[in-house]
Unconditional design. Structure first.
Length: 168
């Protein structure tokens, strides 16, 4: 293999990543889609434009504590784009915020991400674990799920980088 191959892979990775910075956070494209990461470590995958816009509005409502309105927004996304990972995830959390814990955990248990299986398995496992902890507040659940989702996504990125390096 040619000595410049790792450099070429780096350039290819950089070219395929659309990095942006805004007041909302940092966005980074990688692999199957871009991700918008807020200053609070919440993020949305890119996807069909309307789904992303709905989810962005839903996330804004969720962060403002308007859980019923957020849930309605995520349901609209799911009606048009069944199984949308962001909508399922934040709908589940919104329901927990509305004190509909069982329905919220049932929703999180249905979370699927066809591109990031590790993220999906972590979210569903932790949803099952947290369901058994009725003493936890909604905020504690939100904090745990956000941390788990972020860690799982970072693991996905590390594995993708390792896959690219393996080919050198």
């Amino acid at each position: 293999m040619h000595k410049s191959t790792p450099f070429f892979l780096f350039i290819l990775l950089a070219a395929s990543s659309a990095c942006t910075v805004s007041s909302a956070g940092v966005g980074m494209g990688y692999g199957s889609g871009a991700v918008m990461v807020s200053a609070h470590n919440d993020f949305l995958y890119s996807g069909p434009g309307r789904a992303y816009q709905n989810n962005r509005e839903g996330l804004r409502l969720f962060k403002a504590g308007k859980y019923a309105e957020a849930a309605d927004t995520f349901r609209k996304t799911l009606k048009a784009y069944p199984g949308n990972p962001d909508a399922v995830y934040f709908l589940g959390l919104s329901l927990i915020g509305m004190d509909h814990r069982n329905e919220g955990f049932d929703t999180l248990a249905k979370f699927r991400d066809p591109w990031r299986n590790h993220v999906a398995s972590e979210i569903t496992w932790w949803a099952g674990y947290l369901r058994k902890r009725p003493h936890l507040s909604a905020q504690e659940i939100f904090s745990t799920m956000k941390r788990i989702r972020g860690e799982a996504y970072n693991q996905y990125l590390r594995e993708k980088r390792e896959d690219l390096l393996w080919f050198r």
